[in-house]
Design a protein around this ligand. Structure first.
Ligand code: TYD
Length: 226
C-alpha cells in the first residue's frame, strides 16, 4: 500500500518542526514507517541548493531566480526522497512544500502563472494527501524565533526570517487563503496553544482525514497493528 504524504506549512516560529517530530513519534508507536523531511532540502542535491537560498546568496538574482531554485530543489527531493518512500509504503512528513513557494515567492512578487508552471514541473501529479497549516499570529512566531536565537547565543536569522512584520502578516493571509481555496487538502491548526494540545489536534485531524492510523498498518509476522 502506498504511504500517506503529509505536509506542514506556516509562517516563521509556528512550531512545525516540534509538531512533525511528535506526529512521527506517534505514528511510529502505531507501527507506521515514517520518513521526516524538509524543504528546501531533503535530498543531497536539494540540500546543496538550500544553502544557496537561505544564505541569501541567490537574493541578488531576483525572486524569479529564487523561485526556480526552490523548484529545482523540490524536483530532486520529490524524485530522490518522497516518491521512493511513498512507493515503499512509508508515510512522509514534510516540513514545507508547494504552499511555501506559493506564499513566500508569491509575496516576493513572482507571477502566479510562473509559480503554477514551476509547481507543475517540480511535483507533477504528486499532491499532499493532507496539508496541515500551523497558524500563529506573526508577532508570536517572531517572538518565538527571537527566544530561540537568544538560547543559541544569537544565531543569525535566515534570508526569509529577516522581513518586516507586515510581510509576515501578509504571508499568513496567503496561507489562510490557500486553506480556504483547497479545504479538501488543507486544515488550519491553531499553533498558538500549548504543544500537547496542538499535537492532540493534529492527531485527530490526521485520523479524521486519512482514516484510523491502525487501519493503514499491515501486520506482518504476527504483529498486531496497535
Ligand atoms: P527553515 O530554516 O527550514 O525554516 P522554517 O523553520 O521556517 O521552516 O527555512 C526555510 C525558509 O525558506 C523559510 O523562511 C521559508 C523559505 N521558503 C521559501 O521561501 N520558499 C519555499 O518554497 C520553501 C520550501 C521555503
Amino acid at each position: 500500500m502506498r504511504g500517506q504524504f503529509i505536509t506542514f506549512e506556516g509562517g516563521e516560529g509556528a512550531g512545525k518542526s516540534t509538531q512533525i517530530k511528535r506526529l512521527a513519534d506517534y505514528l511510529r508507536q502505531c507501527g507506521v514507517e515514517v520518513v521526516t523531511t524538509r524543504e528546501p532540502g531533503g535530498s543531497p542535491g536539494a540540500e546543496a541548493v538550500r544553502h544557496v537560498l537561505l544564505s541569501g546568496a541567490a537574493e541578488a538574482l531576483g525572486p524569479e531566480a529564487e523561485a526556480i531554485l526552490f523548484a529545482a530543489a523540490r524536483a530532486d527531493h520529490v524524485a530522490q526522497t518522497i516518491e521512493p518512500a511513498l512507493h515503499d509504503g512509508k508515510w512522509v512528513l514534510c516540513d514545507r512544500f508547494i504552499d511555501s513557494t506559493r506564499v513566500y515567492q508569491g509575496e516576493s512578487g513572482v507571477e502566479p502563472a510562473m509559480l503554477d508552471k514551476l509547481e507543475d514541473v517540480a511535483v507533477g501529479r504528486l499532491m499532499p494527501d493532507l496539508t496541515i497549516i500551523v497558524d500563529v499570529p506573526p508577532k508570536l512566531g517572531l517572538a518565538r524565533i527571537a527566544g530561540r536565537e537568544e538560547d543559541s547565543g544569537g544565531a543569525e536569522q535566515d534570508r526569509f526570517e529577516r522581513e518586516t512584520l507586515e510581510v509576515h502578516t501578509s504571508r499568513r493571509k496567503r496561507f489562510l487563503d490557500i486553506a480556504d481555496r483547497e479545504p479538501e487538502r488543507c486544515v488550519v491548526i491553531d499553533g498558538s496553544r500549548r504543544q500537547d494540545l496542538v499535537h492532540a489536534d493534529i492527531v485527530e485531524t490526521v485520523e479524521g482525514r486519512l482514516g484510523p492510523v491502525a487501519d493503514s498498518v499491515s501486520a506482518p509476522s504476527g504483529k498486531t497493528a496497535r
